[in-house]
Design a protein around this ligand. Structure first.
Ligand SMILES: Nc1ncnc2c1ncn2[C@@H]1O[C@H](COP(=O)(O)OP(=O)(O)OP(=O)(O)O)[C@@H](O)[C@H]1O
Ligand SMILES: [Mg+2]
Length: 409
């Protein structure tokens, strides 16, 4: 029989499991969380509101398209998601049924996958099997018309849209939505990219209007990062655990005016890691030393966000690359060696390795993500072979990250 005492011991143990001397709510620092306060992005939010205002004034009259450009960690994703929530709410208050759908093109790289995602988000219960993208598109259109729904779709990391079966996906998407009848424009878009190159291949008729609607997200200065960290720290940490010196050091490591890259994601990751170190030591204060250690163990380019965009095999292949670079102590490693290592890595992680052509495709994806670089060998190698190197990331740090990440899943 259970006694009162059992219960209180259980409560105590439970408390011990949950207790942290540092964090109030760690999840507030993780990349998925969309903060309500976005300091130093008021201007960008205002511009978005101004550009999309027309949709609420006369729904269906036009299809609006806006481009967001900015470097890594400048708040492009967070701002557009926050804007989407507010836009939906405001439209709802005006009695217009607008839905915001955020699509990460790194994950959904073809027109088919994007349409799949849209249908899922509409939870329309439409049949998807055996339909061509064109048929799916028309089904979605009919559904929107019948239920009087409008969509604001964000295509995030739009540069990852691959040309599938000879068609340009971005072009197709825009064209399909342009062919609406008058007053029936139900699709509007935000395109997010780090630079404009993806739009350069588009037809002039499309780009001419698009190029008027560009919103830039400049890298953050140290002072701006300080404000961002301050707000997030209030949500994530227990009172008194993080002082302004800690936030100042992180903002000086990361601010663009102090030689950093102005990347808020990296700054938040440093803060989170420093907090973890303090927590693991059973401390109730984050110190400058924790930050310095976090800096040593982190690298701005490999954030968990980036790794989450890779599939399991891409991660295993990247792990193989990192291991080869560590093992052979070379700056570049031939693809042949990497592929051999990949098979060993797969075995260790109980995963059946993929075929050569598939592995080659994963390699191209890693290259497109900007994590690795490749080049064709010159003198000193027999025949032509592809050499792989890491983009400015210490292989050891990457290896550690990947193992952590793979274990977590
Ligand atoms: N102004 C801000 N206020 C609060 N948090 C911010 C701000 N800007 C960025 N962040 C946070 O920094 C992290 C990175 O931001 P975000 O993911 O929006 O960057 P991004 O521009 O989309 O980068 P990438 O090009 O790598 O996708 C997120 O955790 C986000 O919440
Ligand atoms: Mg982003």
């Amino acid at each position: 029989m259970k006694t009162m005492e059992d219960e209180s011991v259980y409560e105590m143990i439970k408390d011990e499991f949950e207790k942290s001397g540092i964090f109030k709510d760690e999840s507030k620092l993780l990349p998925d969380y969309v903060p309500e306060k976005l300091p130093h992005r008021e201007e960008q939010l205002r511009l978005l509101a101004r550009l999309f205002r027309v949709l609420l004034k006369s729904p269906g009259a036009i299809s609006q398209k806006v481009i967001i450009i900015g470097n890594v960690g400048t708040g492009k994703t967070a701002v557009s998601k926050r804007f989407g929530l507010w836009f939906e709410r405001f439209a709802h208050e005006k009695g217009i049924n607008f839905r915001y759908i955020h699509i990460n093109c790194h994950k959904d790289r073809t027109l088919f996958l994007i349409l799949n995602r849209i249908i899922d988000k509409l939870s329309a219960g439409m049949p998807k099997r055996g339909l061509s993208p064109y048929e799916m598109m028309h089904m979605v259109k009919d559904y929107l018309k019948k239920n009087d729904i409008y969509l604001l779709i964000t295509l995030d990391e739009v540069n990852f849209l691959l040309r599938s079966s000879g068609e340009d996906v971005l072009y197709d998407i825009i064209r399909i939505t342009e062919e609406e009848e008058e007053g029936e424009h139900r699709f509007s878009y935000i395109f997010i990219s780090r630079d404009l190159s993806v739009f350069e291949t588009l037809d002039r008729s499309i780009t001419s209007s698009l190029m008027h609607n560009i919103i830039k997200f400049p890298p953050y200065t140290a002072a701006q990062i300080y404000d961002i960290l301050y707000e997030r720290a209030k949500e994530a940490f227990l009172p008194g655990t993080v002082n302004s010196e800690v936030l100042k050091l992180i903002s000086e490591i990361t601010g663009i005016d102090k030689g950093g890259s102005g990347d808020a994601r990296y700054a938040l990751e440093l803060l989170w890691r420093a907090g973890k170190y303090a927590e693991n030591e059973g401390k109730n204060k984050v110190t400058l030393e924790h930050v310095r250690r976090a800096k040593q163990d982190t690298h701005p380019i490999i954030s968990s966000d980036l790794l989450d965009g890779l599939n399991r095999h891409e991660k295993l292949l990247l792990l193989a690359i990192a291991r080869c670079l560590v093992k052979y102590e070379k700056a570049m490693i031939p693809f042949g060696l990497v592929e051999r290592e990949y098979r060993i890595v797969c075995e260790e992680w109980n995963t059946r390795p993929r075929k050569h052509t598939q592995v080659w495709e994963y390699l191209q994806n890693l290259k497109n993500s900007g994590i690795i670089m490749t080049e064709i060998s010159g003198v000193g190698y027999r025949g032509k072979t592809t050499l792989i190197s890491l983009q400015d990331v210490p292989a050891k740090v990457l290896e550690k990250y990947l193992v952590e990440n793979l274990k977590r899943r």
